[in-house]
Design a protein around this ligand. Structure first.
Ligand code: UD1
Length: 430
C-alpha cells in the first residue's frame, strides 16, 4: 500500500507546472467516440481516472493509441459494443458520460450507475430527465442505466439543479439530435465550455456554453479534430493553497487566471498577495493568514472541489472561519483527520466552524477522497513533524506526479510503500 510521508513546517517556494483538467478530459475522451474519424487529444493529465477511462474506451472496441504521456489518438470507427463494463467503471464518476455520447452516436447505451469519490449521494436524475426529453427511453436494470431511442429529437430542457455532469451529458447527446435543443439553468464551469469547444471542433453547433443557456443545433455526424485540454483549475488552486498554508511563494504556471478568480479572491481575503500574469499566478504568504467565510457554489462561485484545501488553510489561520458546503453533503470527513492533527473544528450539518490554531502536529491520517486527500498533504506540509497520508490511491486519481511536483517547490515528501522506506525517509530528514 502506497503512502505519502511528509516532513513539513517550511515554506514552499518556486514554480510548478499545471496539467490538463481531469474533469474536462474525462468528458472529452468519451465525446471522442462520437465520430468515426480520428481524434487527437493533447494536454491530457496522466492520472489513474484518465487511464481507466481510456481502457473503458478501448474495451468497447475503439482504437486508443497513447502517443505520449499527455497525448492520445482515438478512432471509434471500430466500436462494436454500447455496453460499459461494471468493473472498469465503478470507481469513475465520469463513466456516466458514456450515456450521452453513445446515445447521441448509436442511439443506445448501457452504462453502470456511476461510482467515484464518496462525498455524498450523487443522483443522476437530471441526466436521465434530459435524455428522456430528447426522446430516449431510459430504464435502470440491475445497476445499469439503459437508454435507447429510435431517433433523438430536439427539446427545451430546464434543469432543476445546476449540474456539471448533466449539462455536459445532455449537451453531448443533443449535439447529434435532430433540430434545435435549448438547455436552461446549465452549469457554467470552464470544463463545460471546454467540452462544447471540443464538440464544436468536431463539427457540432453549440452556442452559449459558459452562460446559463446553451443552444444546440443537432448535426448528423461529427468529424476528426485535434484538441488541447484546458489547464486544471483545481490542481492549480491546490498548489495556490499549498503556498498559502506553508507561508510560501509559489508561481503556478500554465493556468487560465480567470478560471481561478474565486480561489484568488479568498486567498487575498485571507491575507495573501496574488499576482496574475497571462498564464500564471504567483501566491505569496508572508504572515499568518486571517480567517474567512466561504460557501461552495457552482461556477463562478467558490468550487466545492477546493473546499478541503481552504479548510486546511483556515485551520492554521488567525480567528474563526466558517465553511458552508452547499453542493455535496459528505465533504467534511477530512476535518476528522485534521482534528487528529490538532485542528479545532466543529461541524453542524453542512457548516464547519474552524477556530484557527497556531500549529498542527504531524499524524498518520487517511485520505477520505481525492481533494480531501490533497488537502491533508497540504496540512502535512504546513505542520512541523512527520505526517503520513494513507489511501493515496484517491489522490493519484486526479493529481499527476503530486509528490514530484511538490518536491520541485521544496516539499520534503516521499511516496513510500514499506516500513523500511518510512524509516529511511525519517533518517534522511533528521
Ligand atoms: C462534477 C465533478 C466534481 C465536482 C462537481 C461540482 C466530474 C467527473 N466531477 O461532479 O469533481 O465536485 O462537478 O463541481 O466532473 N445533482 C442532482 N441530480 C443530478 C445531478 C446532480 O441532484 O442529476 C446534484 C448533486 O447531488 C450535487 C449538485 O447537483 O448536489 C452538483 O452536482 P454535479 O455538478 O452534477 O456534480 P458532478 O457532475 O457529479
Amino acid at each position: 500500500m502506497e503512502q505519502y510521508i511528509i516532513k513539513g513546517g517550511h515554506p514552499l517556494v518556486g514554480e510548478v507546472e499545471i496539467g490538463g483538467a481531469k474533469n474536462a478530459a474525462l468528458a472529452i475522451l468519451v465525446a471522442a467516440i462520437m465520430t468515426d474519424e480520428t481524434v487527437l487529444i493533447d494536454n491530457l493529465p496522466d492520472v489513474s481516472d484518465i487511464n481507466v477511462m481510456l481502457e473503458a474506451i478501448s474495451e468497447i472496441g475503439a482504437m486508443v493509441q497513447r502517443i505520449d504521456r499527455h497525448t492520445v489518438r482515438i478512432n471509434a470507427s471500430t466500436v462494436k459494443n454500447v455496453s460499459i463494463d461494471y468493473d472498469s467503471m465503478k470507481k469513475i464518476r465520469g463513466s456516466y458520460y458514456f450515456l450521452g455520447a453513445l446515445l447521441g452516436k448509436y442511439h443506445r447505451a448501457e452504462v453502470p450507475l456511476p461510482g467515484g469519490c464518496n462525498i455524498g449521494s450523487r443522483p443522476i436524475d437530471q441526466h436521465l430527465k434530459g435524455f428522456r426529453a430528447l426522446g430516449a427511453e431510459v430504464t435502470i436494470e440491475s445497476g445499469m442505466v439503459i437508454a435507447e431511442a429510435e431517433e433523438l429529437k430536439c427539446s427545451h430542457i430546464f434543469f432543476d439543479v445546476v449540474s456539471v455532469g448533466a449539462t455536459i451529458n445532455v449537451m453531448m447527446a443533443a449535439a447529434m439530435a435532430e433540430g434545435k435543443t435549448i438547455l436552461e439553468n446549465v452549469a457554467k464551469e470552464p470544463h463545460v465550455v471546454d467540452v462544447a469547444n471540443f464538440l464544436n471542433s468536431m463539427g457540432a453547433n453549440i452556442k452559449g456554453a459558459g452562460t446559463d443557456v446553451i443552444r444546440i443545433k443537432g448535426v448528423p455526424r461529427l468529424h476528426k479534430t485535434e484538441y488541447s485540454i484546458i489547464p486544471d483549475q483545481i490542481e492549480a488552486g491546490t498548489f495556490m493553497f499549498a503556498a498559502a498554508a506553508t507561508k510560501g511563494d509559489v508561481t503556478v504556471l500554465n493556468v487560465i487566471p480567470k478560471h481561478l478568480e474565486a480561489t484568488t479572491a479568498k486567498l487575498i481575503e485571507m491575507g495573501c498577495e496574488v499576482e496574475e500574469f497571462d498564464d500564471a499566478v504567483r501566491v505569496v504568504a508572508k504572515d499568518r493568514l486571517k480567517s474567512t467565510h466561504v460557501k461552495t457554489l457552482p461556477y463562478p462561485g467558490y468550487p466545492t472541489d477546493m473546499q478541503p484545501q481552504i479548510g486546511v488553510t483556515m485551520a492554521l489561520s488567525e480567528g474563526t472561519s466558517v465553511i458552508t458546503e452547499s453542493i455535496f453533503e459528505n465533504r467534511f470527513k477530512y476535518l476528522d483527520e485534521l482534528s487528529r492533527m490538532g485542528a479545532n473544528v466543529k461541524i453542524e450539518g453542512n457548516t464547519a466552524i474552524i477556530a484557527g490554531v497556531e500549529r498542527l502536529s504531524g499524524a498518520r491520517v487517511g485520505a477520505p477522497d481525492l481533494r480531501a486527500g490533497a488537502a491533508l498533504v497540504i496540512a502535512g506540509m504546513a505542520t512541523e513533524g512527520i505526517t503520513i497520508v494513507d489511501d493515496i490511491i484517491y489522490i493519484q486519481r486526479g493529481y499527476e506526479r503530486f509528490d514530484e511536483k511538490l518536491r520541485g517547490i521544496g516539499a520534503m515528501i516521499e511516496l513510500v510503500s514499506s516500513e523500511k522506506e518510512i524509516q529511511k525517509f525519517k533518517l534522511k530528514v533528521g
